[in-house]
Design a binder for this molecule. Sequence first.
Ligand SMILES: [Zn+2]
Length: 324
Amino acid sequence: MGSATAEEREKLLRVVDGLRVWRRGGQRAPHKPLLVLLMLGRLRAGESRLVAFTHVEEGLRALLRHFGPPRRSHHPEMPFWHLRSEGIWELAGPVETLGREAGETPTVSAARRLTGGFGSDVWQLLRDDPPLVDEVARRLVAAHFAESLHSDILERVGLADAVYPTGDGSVCSAEGAGRLRRDPQFRVGVLRAYEYRCAVCRYDGRIDTVPVGLEAAHVRWHAAGGADDLGNGLALCSLHHKVFDLGVLGISPDGRVQVSQAFHGQRAAQRFVARFAGVPLLLPQSGLRGIAEDNRRWHEREVFRGPARAAVTAAAEASDDYEW
Ligand SMILES: [Zn+2]
């Protein structure tokens, strides 16, 4: 690889790392990362460099709805426009739209007349270096999303190959490993505090003496600056960890399980998720610190897909539908 290429590669990775900008107050801003991931998936699938906004609009909106923060509306036109300011993206379209100030986002109908894609140098660099595509993808998911969602996102954009499974659903890479700083004490500390039980369903399965399917979840994501301490930890079974990170489960100010009204499903979905609406979250054993309020609030604001369902009543609990 020539030194010019190595330099280009470093430049691209710096831009990618620079997308890791959290707005004030820890607000999630995954718009640009999700657009880049979507476009990397298109590149991998052999699609053309430039694409009409209308061709990716719905796909990007769906990614934002599923993996972005809970918001009333989502704006795929924002990253499609603003990615240009990062120097890796170009736009084509009517002069009256392109002539706007960089900071002035066009309306969605104006955006529908635009075409965009990676600049040709960036495109060529990525096309000639498949491992670089994987590296960029891994850096983006690591910097912007909870670990339990990494494989889901990569799979969804057609980059499942970028995953090196670590056995717990997260991804790692030689270069990314240092960035995913892990504190092994965190897992042990959290599981011990909750006495090796899921704080939602009390699941405590083990093979002989080894717990299985129990995980230490971060309330405020590691990627969002969440700390490795008890005030930010929760012992959850694998299912409840996944749906907690997806915003299906939340925590009310009085420490009860919240279930999103957006969640639905038949009997098993009711039995394993919906029925926990209103159930008190397990507290850590006495003397140990519970979840800090600012972390709970971050999850409520940036992850939980409110509004919450009404608490399951005692009557429903007693009926056949809710029996174990
Ligand atoms: Zn559970």
